[in-house]
Design a binder for this molecule. Structure first.
Ligand SMILES: *Cc1c(COP(=O)(O)O)cnc(C)c1O
Length: 419
């Protein structure tokens, strides 16, 4: 690795400098975006491996190109490990990322115009769950359920009455900004009542499920479970589809040749490694710690006057209403925290009256920090840094001073692989 980086330094100093700069940014700042993480160090090796050179259209044993002895071996390893770790009947490890992964499921299971019942974007759902701006939103009919006040939890009676009303082909649960655990059995019962397939998109929490810290929708009899591999799982960027055997052929055909050509075999190699590491006891401890850290961070933020959507968290993420808490919108909060070395993202809150680029809140989470080894004691410091930075959002000097403190903390917790 070192030698190829040295080569890059001389052939393209601009790109080389950007990589070094990004490495330093990741080392010296705290990553609080809940969908981000630091990959297992082994993944840097697989990402940069010769598998990136190889075309492998098709599936193990039935490819469209020769020279597949090793690609077949790693894809079979990845598939078998995925099935075992998630207790699934079938796995597809080829989706290039989370979005094509979900698109492939829709293509496999729906006809144009069919209805999907999914969570509203501003209430925690994802763009790929039929947001009007997404391509899938134009092809299929997405009907959206929302969380309900005052506690901000999913109202399952409301989901059921919508399902009875619109008779969806798929009942979809899963989220990017909902800080609560899901009642998979309840979703399954609702879907059964209307004869729909059950799909859980656990992209954010795939690692927490693999580590046994959150419930696995497959155990509740879900037909399809999708997850990205680069978030809480700590793998390369990619997508993983798990499903019942009865859907296997349709799903595989929808991924290739339906949606994609050649899979990224360097990513598939990384997914194989990731699934091996995620089955180890150390990863179980990690998954539990992610949630303990999030709950401690929530408690500390509440104590310092922050208003949290749903009042807390049961998973790895939190949403702060920054308007109510500090009188600043999410964009201002994100920018102030950035100067202080704390990376978060602005976030719409349920039925946000403000536009998406100036929303009412921010979203944050603990997977990346926990990978560095930060624990509950450090969450007290993080809550303190955050609230001080948001209060001092106009005071550049204070924000830079906080970044110095953040650098000090980061120095004690090196990023695995970037020490
Ligand atoms: C991140 C995410 C995706 C999409 O993943 P990309 O790799 O960014 O395309 C899909 N669904 C959910 C719930 C997500 O959080």
């Amino acid at each position: 690795m070192q030698s190829t980086l040295e080569l890059l330094r001389s052939s393209d100093p601009d790109v080389h400098a950007a990589i070094i700069g990004e490495e330093r940014r990741q080392r010296e700042g705290l990553e609080l975006i809940p969908s981000e993480n630091y990959a297992f160090p082994e993944v840097y090796a697989t990402n940069g491996s010769v598998f990136a050179n190889k075309y492998a259209e098709g599936y193990p044993g039935r490819r469209y190109y020769g020279g597949q002895a090793y690609t077949d071996r790693i894809e079979t390893l990845a598939v078998e490990r995925a099935k075992q770790l998630f207790r699934a009947e079938h796995a597809n490890v080829q989706p290039l990322s989370g979005s094509p992964m979900n698109q492939a499921v829709y293509m496999a299971c729906l006809q144009p115009g069919d209805t999907v019942l999914a969570m509203d974007l501003s209430h925690g759902g994802h763009l790929t769950h039929g947001a009007p701006v997404s391509a899938m939103g134009k092809i299929f009919n997405f009907v959206r359920y929302k969380t309900s006040p005052p506690d901000g939890h999913i109202d399952y009676d409301h989901v059921r009455s919508l399902a009875l009303d619109v008779r969806p082909k798929i009942v979809l649960c899963g989220h990017s900004s909902y800080p609560r655990e899901l009642d998979y059995a309840r979703f399954r019962a609702i879907a059964d009542e209307v004869g729909a397939l059950t799909m859980a998109d656990v992209s954010h929490i795939g690692g927490l499920i693999a580590g046994g810290a959150l419930a696995n929708p497959i155990d509740a009899g879900f037909d399809i479970v999708t997850t990205t591999t680069h978030k809480s799982l700590r793998g390369p960027r990619g997508g993983l589809i798990l499903c019942k055997s009865s859907l296997a052929q349709r799903i595989d055909q929808a991924v290739f040749p339906g949606m994609q050509g050649g899979p990224h075999m360097n990513a598939v190699a990384g997914i194989a490694v990731t699934l091996k590491l995620a089955a180890e006891p150390a990863f179980k401890a990690y998954a539990q710690q992610v949630i303990r850290n999030a709950q401690r961070l929530a408690a500390e933020l509440l104590q310092r006057g922050c208003k949290l959507i749903t009042g807390g968290t049961e998973n790895h993420l939190l949403v702060i209403d920054t308007i109510q808490s500090f009188g600043i919108d999410g964009r201002v909060a994100e920018a102030a925290l950035d100067v202080a070395g704390l990376t978060v993202n602005k976030q719409v809150i349920p039925d946000d009256p403000r536009p998406p680029l100036r929303p009412s809140g921010i979203r944050l989470g603990t997977p990346a920090m926990t990978t560095r080894g930060l624990g509950e004691a450090e969450m007290v410091l993080v809550a303190d840094f955050m609230t001080r930075a948001m209060r001092a959002h106009e005071d550049q000097k204070t924000l830079e001073g906080i970044h110095d403190e953040v650098r000090g903390l980061c120095a004690r917790f090196p990023v695995p692989g970037l020490e």
